[in-house]
Design a protein around this ligand. Structure first.
Ligand SMILES: [Zn+2]
Length: 259
């Protein structure tokens, strides 16, 4: 009797486990306190989207303590560091840097501040456009100041998407500076910033996958109309995201027409 039960149980399990998973090699990682899908993705070098797909997750935050996450291709269970929120001081510094999206040009070119070096092309920084739209203010000198990001024109409420897999270190509603803003932390010291949003969907501490909606375009803070201020930083220093972004449809069309 027990044997029959065991066999039928094994049969049931084999039916339940997706054949795709059963065939592939990998390990199961059991989620512990503070571990996000982004952290797991970083540790095992598997994109968040891939982990979601393989595990049938509807959202990167659809995991909880005790969840078993299948890691395709992994040979051993690795230790995953939990998400660490910014310290009050780090948060304060970050908030202060979001008071104005411009900085004096002098500070930029003065010796000792360290000229930002753009990440090399071989860096495999896989960025996507957070929204579709025309750039109406590029990165760089703007009047007497230096614009720390790019302004992308857009109607209100267009979905703002995470440019890369990452984790939300700040989701702040404010009437000044960058307005309602989300800051994502990525690997290799990169962070990305999305300003002037109308609504914020992302929550601090959550993992986001590339392309996931984190809010909607707006005109909050110091802004003259709906647009997205998009900024990329490395170790806290703004750099021009444009060379790292894929070509726009306009650029592709222009290129095609020149041939
Ligand atoms: Zn801007």
């Amino acid at each position: 009797m027990g044997e029959v039960l065991l066999i039928s149980l094994l049969f049931l399990i084999s039916v339940l486990v997706s054949p795709a998973i059963a065939r592939k090699k990998g390990v199961y990682h059991v989620v512990t306190q503070g571990v996000t899908l982004y952290r797991i993705s970083q540790t095992y070098k598997v994109p968040v989207g891939k982990l979601m797909e393989v595990n049938g997750l509807s959202s990167p935050s659809a995991i909880k303590v005790g969840s078993r996450i299948f890691i395709p291709g992994a040979k051993a269970v690795l230790r995953v560091e939990p998400y660490v929120a910014l310290s009050p001081r780090e948060k304060n510094d970050l908030e202060r840097s979001l008071q104005t999206e411009e900085k004096p040009i002098r500070a930029e070119s003065s010796p000792g501040t360290g000229r930002q070096r753009p990440p090399s092309r071989g860096n495999e920084l896989d960025l996507i456009w957070p929204i579709q739209g025309k750039i109406n203010s590029p990165f760089g000198p703007r009047g007497k100041n230096f614009h720390k990001g790019i302004d992308i024109a857009s109607p209100s409420y267009q979905e703002v998407k995470a440019a890369m897999d990452g984790e939300v270190i700040l989701a702040r509603n404010s009437l000044s500076g960058y307005g309602n803003v989300v800051v994502l932390r990525h690997d290799a010291g990169f962070s990305s910033i999305y300003g002037h949003m109308n609504v914020i969907i992302a929550k601090e501490g959550e993992a986001v996958r590339q392309g996931q909606a984190i809010g909607g375009v707006g005109s909050t803070g110091k802004s003259t109309g709906p647009h997205l201020h998009f900024e990329l930083r490395r170790e806290g220093h703004p750099l021009d995201p444009l060379p790292l972004l894929p070509m726009t449809i306009e650029e592709l069309l222009e290129k095609a027409s020149k041939k």
